[in-house]
Design a protein around this ligand. Structure first.
Ligand code: HEC
Length: 691
């Protein structure tokens, strides 16, 4: 009898837990809830579409700042905030999470995971930024750069549990948002080219933090046995001794839970190293690289996959958003996935079967001419594999679309893609595959990359409205700069997007006419959100230029580490806040010190070491705003001060990592390189001035 009672109460507990999970997921999937923004892409569908329409094509002209929050200790702000029960939550620099009142910005709590304390070496670039957080049953989930997944009490910010999701010896890191669903919380990681890494995602119990399951994206050494049938199947598509080089596939973004079909979709990463001749020397599709993999959310078992780039050689990962919708295909309501990965094709996939419905290029694609709908495979241009010399490839490794959010509006039937128009020259003719055989730990990309003389279009970025049914472009707004932010679309017939140039625009979602603009005075990298509280519709946006690759290129946009104020801006039709204007774009004057005698050998060694610094201090030592410009830094002129900061970590709490492994000679080399570039920049500007 006692046994029976225990049995029944156990069953009851299981039943209650399961049905609560279902209720919570129904809430997270509810498109009609407009007072909150509960998940990364607003709801489980990841559409970033809000039914709110107070702000519409006619009223948007009255949109003003309602309240704002200056964030003087933040730098790059790239995250999507959440709004739950009147509180707005966001993650900022150094993975700090804040909860503020969503109607006035008053701080409720702040949680600092103290990443500087935990950070190891070799995980440096990008450690100051995170794309978001997740919510489930009263908890906020956040993941830190070095690999912790932390559950916080949403009401108080108290940490409830914390687990380490990455082996500290592995050079992997997290910039993405965790994804909570069906009683679990999932996290992946990045680092496909940082070292021989084998990508995986892990699901933990949302209540306790206990590991529920792990899914590896690429197979390990067959001699160790495979974790699952899926890994055995994947291993058939690899050749040579791939496990020695890691394989990659790291899933750093792109997790979607399908509440209707109780299925989880993972967007997987590129190969590591990029060059397949090194990674899988006899060829092969290399599953599950650059794919969407559908999993059973309860145990992580494989359901189906669709690979967007078989045998990837160009860093064409499929980590971009996986957006769910039901759209009419040949007159029939069809449950689909929409996906615009780096490789430049827009995919519509039947999410019940995993079968490709259609795929068409949304930018110029020189690597493949088309996707065969029957086989689902691309027709790869034979020249695109770059073994015998240099090849012009577009899209570039930055992708035609990266993590900047795509949105979908079921009323216009259009997807809004922050698009990148870029190209690169690939050349592996000088790569010696044997170098990796001797030293498989090298990691890296195993191919030479350079900038081409010309780009596919006269502009580097655009906002594109794409029709997924006809697979055609509805409209396009060109942007001069690259790396424009993610989009939000509403039933008010609007699309919102911030740009690299610091402008926040609202467009007519049907035609693309620009209806409203706000000058934020600083590059925008985060996507906007919307919600309605006490009859007022708000639009919230974090302003703080950043994200991986925001530092590339040889052009500064005038965003300066020490000048413009990073902010959370919140707009409404009744907004009356007076936001102090930003200082104008600022371009540093490099310090030219004639008494500093540059040693060319040291400078050239410094150039090789600088790759560890460029993500924050900018390519070509031209800072783009995420860190001070070293050409103008007096610290880069003093060996003592330089070593205190760069090696001893004097500024580690401000987001400047400590490079304990650098020798005196390394530090000198970096200083000589910085001086050389500073002098060259000065020459360039004086030559320009005299013309
Ligand atoms: C993760 C980002 C990041 C990386 C990577 C990084 N830095 Fe920094 N660095 C910063 C930030 C942020 C500051 C400013 C800290 C502060 O507020 O004082 C800084 C400050 C500095 C300063 C002081 C500049 C000044 O005038 O105050 C020097 C010198 C410097 N970094 C050198 C380097 C070198 C050399 C490397 C590569 C070996 C490097 N940094 C890599 C973020 C970074």
């Amino acid at each position: 009898m006692i046994f029976k009672n225990t049995f029944f109460s156990l069953m009851l507990i299981i039943f209650i837990t399961l049905s609560c999970a279902v209720d919570e997921d129904r809430k997270l999937a509810d498109e009609s809830n407009t007072s909150e923004w509960l998940a990364y892409g607003r709801t489980h569908s990841e559409q970033r579409f809000s039914p709110l329409q107070d702000i519409d094509t006619t009223t948007v002209k009255n949109l003003r700042v309602d309240w704002y929050l200056d964030l003087p200790n933040d730098v790059a702000l790239v995250s999507t905030p959440l709004v739950i029960d009147g509180i707005l939550y966001f993650t900022g620099t150094m993975n700090r999470v804040r909860a503020v009142n969503a109607t006035n910005g008053k701080l409720v709590w702040e949680f600092d995971p103290e990443v500087a304390k935990y950070i190891g070496t070799d995980r440096k670039p990008g450690w100051t930024q995170s794309r978001g957080i997740s919510y489930y049953k009263g908890k906020i989930f956040t993941a830190t750069w070095e690999g912790r997944l932390i559950a916080l009490d949403a009401k108080t910010g108290e940490p409830l549990w914390s687990v380490l999701t990455i082996d500290p010896d592995k050079k992997m890191s997290i910039t993405g948002a965790p994804k909570a669903f069906a009683g679990k919380v999932l996290i992946g990681n990045g680092g496909s080219e940082a070292a021989p890494n084998r990508g995986y995602v892990t699901a933990y119990d949302a209540e306790t933090g206990k590991l529920a399951w792990r899914f590896y994206i690429v197979p390990g050494n067959p001699a160790d046995g495979f974790e699952s049938e899926a890994m055995k199947m994947a291993a058939e598509t690899w050749t040579g001794e791939w496990w020695k080089y890691g394989g990659g596939g790291n899933a750093w973004h792109g997790f979607t839970y399908d509440e209707e079909l109780h299925t989880l979709y993972i967007g997987t990463g590129n190969g590591g190293p990029w060059n397949p001749k090194v990674r899988s020397e006899g060829g092969g599709d290399n599953l599950f690289l650059s794919s969407i993999v559908a999993l059973n959310p309860d145990n992580g078992s494989y359901k189906w996959h669709y690979q967007t780039t078989p045998g990837d050689a160009w860093d064409y990962n499929s980590n971009m958003d996986i957006v769910l919708a039901t759209i009419k295909i040949k007159g029939k309501d069809t449950k689909v996935i929409m996906h615009a990965p780096k490789n430049g094709f827009f995919y519509v996939i039947n999410r019940e079967t995993g079968k490709l419905i259609s795929a068409k290029p949304f930018v110029e694609t020189t690597w493949a001419s088309e996707i065969d709908v029957i086989t689902g495979k691309p027709k790869i241009n034979p020249n695109a594999r770059y073994d015998s010399g240099s090849v012009y490839i577009t899209p570039s490794p930055h992708g035609a679309h990266s993590w900047h959010a795509m949105s979908f509006n079921p009323q216009t039937g259009l997807a809004y893609i922050p698009t990148i128009h870029d190209a690169a020259i690939f050349d592996a003719s000088k790569i010696n595959v044997n170098d990796w055989k001797v030293n498989p730990g090298k990691g890296g990309i195993a191919v030479g990359l350079s900038d081409p003389d010309s780009l596919p279009r006269p502009y580097k970025g655009s906002l594109q409205a794409w029709n997924p049914v006809t697979q055609t472009l509805a409209w396009i707004v060109p942007h001069q700069e690259v790396w424009n932010a993610g989009t939000l679309t509403t039933a008010g017939g609007l699309v919102f997007q911030g740009t690299a140039s610091g402008m926040f625009h609202a467009y007519n979602a049907y035609h693309g006419d620009m209806l409203w603009t706000f000058d934020a005075g600083l590059g925008i990298s985060a996507p906007p959100i919307t919600y309605k509280i006490k009859g007022r519709q708000y639009i919230a946006l974090l302003v703080g230029w950043g994200g991986a690759f925001a530092g590339v290129g040889n052009k500064a946009l005038g965003w300066d580490y020490n000048r413009q104020t990073r902010r959370l801006l919140v707009f409404s039709l009744d907004g009356k806040a007076n936001v102090p204007s930003q200082p104008p774009p600022y371009f540093v004057t490099p310090i030219v010190d004639m008494s500093f005698k540059i040693d060319d050998n040291l400078a050239s060694r410094g150039r090789d070491l600088y790759w560890q610094c460029f993500n924050c201090h900018g390519a070509h030592v031209i800072a783009k705003g995420m860190a001070p410009d070293l050409r103008a830094s007096p610290i880069a002129l003093s060996e003592e001060a330089f070593s205190l900061i760069v090696r001893n970590g004097a500024k580690v709490n401000m987001g400047m990592p400590a490079y304990k492994e650098l020798t005196d000679n390394d530090l000198k080399a970096l200083m000589h390189f910085i001086r050389k570039i500073a002098n060259e920049s000065e020459t360039v500007s004086s030559v320009k001035g005299s013309m």
